[in-house]
Design a protein around this ligand. Structure first.
Ligand code: FAD
Length: 459
């Protein structure tokens, strides 16, 4: 692989050419967000320690066949599993979009590699390992080290307390803390009247690994977003019936003729009864064996001590300026990776480049008052558009605008046209061909443009 390419830092302007300030920074988590952040911070000249509670890098992409002791994922004392991957998972984005800007996720030769455009999950983990090796990140990571608290001790000084593998708890002082703990581990479940007396099984998609346990069963699947659509395809093969409860009737998904008889779409569940039946809002009643919650995740930062300055309220982490900096604690505390319905890694790259640049004083932040006013205006806008609090960090249609705002702020290139085109096309193709979009596509011209750009970094 070619040597590392010029960093975004070099693209950026430090117009006064003043020496950059170097900080001691704690990055919490060595998933994709932590790895990319460590690289950006290191390139900017900061001294970085990455805390990772597991024994390897990769976070979400480290598949574990085990599930938690509470399959619904609500018991606070349950055994915990970080990753929400299921066994057969293939990416839902094409690899050209997924990679870091200057380290594209191109197919590589080698044992166990998966060259497909929408590869299976071990290929993503291998890419992250390649990335970490290429940029020398592993030596910055303290494995088996869980951060148990992080809080401000005095202006500009953060105490990070961590539990080592031996069980010993220690602490160190840092100038800044970047939170990269991932957002897909803490299940969010639907509230269902009567559920306590319902005799069936319940499970959250976090603890779904393969379809076998659902063989011959009548399954109620709540939610039809990324996990729900994927899992429904696997269940079609084994389940007796599938009843999908979702807010918007997405029956537009073209299901193969042969399976339509097995699948019904419904509005949300109204209640469940102790005789095992489930009543939908449209009055339909179904006797079911399992309820599978594909209802997403909650932000969860049990280690964060901010005296109530940063809160999680109905899944809104706030107040945060542009989803990254809490105005009252910036730049010492930042979050990389909160927005969802995005292309994650390029976003991590931009967000962490911003954090690195602000900490080094290459990039100036607005005043606390200005940042807070911006957050207030953003919340008011969400409200005016009828977007509920729990969708505060949802990007979707605003993604490109957000990425370009970050890029302009950091002095990085704007999001390329081919990326926009490919992202939109993939969604359209998925909607039209849920069962086959990963293997059948017609955006060859965009792929050509992508590889033309990648040549800058791979030749
Ligand atoms: P994570 O990967 O979750 O990493 C967080 C890390 O923090 C973990 O290693 C964890 O052990 C560590 N940690 C947590 N708390 C602590 C603590 N207190 N102390 C120390 N360490 C801690 N993205 C794509 O681009 N394409 C896809 O196709 C795709 N499919 C997905 C499918 C599923 C089912 C899920 C759940 C996600 C998918 N994603 C996909 C999104 C994926 O989450 C991101 O690509 C990315 O891996 C997230 O990285 P992260 O670093 O934010 O979080």
């Amino acid at each position: 692989h070619p040597p590392p390419q010029p960093s975004a830092m070099q693209h950026s302007s430090n117009s006064q050419s003043q020496p950059l300030t170097s900080r001691r920074v704690a990055v919490i988590g060595a998933g994709a967000g932590g790895l990319v952040s460590a690289r950006e911070l290191g390139r900017e000249g900061h001294s970085v320690v990455v805390f990772e509670r597991s024994s390897q890098i990769g976070g979400t992409w480290v598949y574990l066949p085990e599930i938690e002791s509470d399959p619904l994922g609500v018991d606070p004392n349950r055994t915990r599993i970080h990753s929400s991957l299921y066994k057969s998972l293939r990416t839902n984005l094409p690899r050209e979009l997924m990679g870091v800007r200057d380290y594209p996720f191109v197919p590589r030769e080698g044992e166990g590699r998966d060259p497909r455009r929408f590869p299976s999950h071990p290929e993503v983990l291998k890419y992250l390992e390649d990335f970490a090796n290429e940029f020398g990140i592993c030596k910055l990571v303290r494995f088996g080290t869980e951060v148990v608290s992080a809080g401000l001790v005095e202006v500009g000084k953060w105490r990070v307390r961590f539990r080592c593998e031996s069980g010993d708890v220690d602490d160190e002082i840092f100038d800044a803390v970047v939170v990269c703990v991932g957002n897909y581990s803490q299940p969010r479940v639907a509230e269902i009247p009567g559920i306590d007396e319902w005799p069936g099984e319940q499970i959250h998609s976090h603890n779904y690994r393969d379809p076998e346990p659902f063989r011959g069963k009548v399954v109620i699947l709540i939610g039809f977003s990324s996990s729900g659509t994927d899992i429904s395809q696997e269940l079609l093969v084994v389940a007796k019936e599938i009843h999908i409860a979702c807010r918007s009737a997405k029956t537009g998904f073209l299901l193969a003729e042969s399976v339509i008889s097995k699948v019904s779409f419904h509005p949300m569940i109204k209640s469940v009864r102790k005789d095992g039946t489930v009543v939908f809002e449209d009055g339909c009643v179904v006797s079911a064996d399992v309820i599978l919650h594909c209802t997403g995740y909650k932000y969860h930062f049990p280690f964060l001590e901010t005296n109530g300055i940063v809160t999680v309220d109905d899944n809104r982490v706030g107040p945060l300026y542009k989803h990254v900096f809490p105005p009252a604690l910036a730049p010492g505390l930042s979050f990389v990776g909160l927005p969802f319905k995005v292309v994650p890694l390029p976003m991590f790259e931009l967000q962490s480049n911003w954090v690195a640049g602000v900490l080094s004083k290459r990039i100036a932040l607005p005043s606390k008052e200005e940042m807070l006013a911006d957050v207030k205006a953003f919340y008011a806008d969400l409200e005016a558009n009828g977007k509920p609090k729990h969708r505060t960090h949802e990007m979707s249609d605003c993604m490109v605008e957000y990425f370009n705002w970050l890029a302009a702020t950091c002095g990085c290139p704007a999001y390329e046209e081919w990326r926009k085109g490919m992202y939109d096309y993939t969604h359209v193709n998925k909607r039209a061909n849920l069962g086959s979009y990963r293997d059948d596509w017609h955006d060859d011209e965009l792929i050509r443009q992508a590889y033309e750009e990648f040549r800058k970094y791979t030749t």
